[in-house]
Design a protein around this ligand. Structure first.
Ligand code: SF4
Length: 191
């Protein structure tokens, strides 16, 4: 099975506990104003991976868990569920623009929900951006699907947000959701 992905990054520390393998899927129809990653919107963009290939990347990374974001992960639920299964069912935190209640009504979401541990739900609302950890805006919720990430869910939205940069030869990844203050500070950086 194949999956369309925008980016992957290993050893991410700002999107959940431990060292995480980040997967950003390609394709999102929501077009939220202020979205930090509009380059993930095009459903025909990004890269195609075999699910097995992506799982092997996770297994070789030595990461403790997986965080999946986008783009909209629940537009490729079957392929993501397969990546997670082939990865040996690690701890999974998944971000979505859907509400949990909406996903419960979507038959195609059930298999992916069944292999995830924590869901961060709801669209990014720029007016509610609050610079808190693990979320883009205060309407978003941490929904526990298993008890694996109870501590993470308890601290969700209670601490200042963190961001990190990964510098590669061909691309720089900014991970995390910068607060408005951080965005202003970054505009003033002389590169
Ligand atoms: S749901 Fe996420 S990826 Fe999609 S437009 Fe909104 S913020 Fe961007």
């Amino acid at each position: 099975m194949q999956i369309r992905v925008h980016a992957v990054e290993k050893n991410v520390t700002v999107l959940g506990p431990g060292r995480r393998f980040g997967i950003w899927v390609q394709g999102c129809p929501r077009k939220c104003p202020g979205c930090m990653s509009p380059e993930t919107w095009d459903p025909n963009g990004g890269m195609i991976y075999e699910t097995q290939e992506l799982a092997e990347k996770f297994l070789q990374s030595g990461c403790d868990g997986m965080t999946i974001s986008g783009g909209e992960p629940f537009l490729q639920p079957e392929a993501l569920a397969e990546v997670i299964r082939l990865s040996g069912n690690p701890g999974v935190i998944i971000y979505t623009g859907f509400l949990y209640e909406e996903l419960l009504r979507r038959p195609d979401a059930a298999a992916l929900l069944a292999v995830c541990d924590m869901l961060v739900d709801g669209p990014f609302l720029e007016d509610l951006r609050d610079g808190k950890n693990l979320r883009g805006s205060s309407n978003q919720r941490a929904v526990l699907l298993t008890d694996r990430y109870q501590e993470t869910a308890a601290s969700f939205g209670t601490l200042p947000t963190k961001i990190e940069f990964f510098l590669h030869d061909d691309v720089t990844h900014l991970i995390g959701i910068p607060s408005p203050e951080w965005l202003e500070r970054m505009k003033k950086i002389k590169w």
